[in-house]
Design a protein around this ligand. Structure first.
Ligand SMILES: [Zn+2]
Length: 71
């Protein structure tokens, strides 16, 4: 069975390499996309695979809804 590319994200834990499954401790690069998204760049030291993930943060400001339309 081949490994499927998963999008399991963890905020503080390790992330399995999408290619070989090695647990990557932390991204080699992180940059904020906006106030609620951070892009992580991962580089597996075992197989050299490079990939990136996008993490969305919940702000706890209530349900994510469009603002109600004023009639
Ligand atoms: Zn790997």
């Amino acid at each position: 069975m081949t490994a499927t590319t998963s999008m399991h994200l963890s905020i503080a834990g390790s992330l399995p390499c999408a290619q070989c499954g090695t647990a990557l401790k932390r991204p080699v690069w992180s940059e904020p996309v906006d106030a609620r998204q951070v892009r992580h760049l991962w580089n597996c030291s075992d197989c050299g695979y490079v990939f990136e993930t996008l993490v969305f943060f919940c702000t706890g400001e209530g349900p994510e809804m469009a603002p109600p339309l004023a009639a």
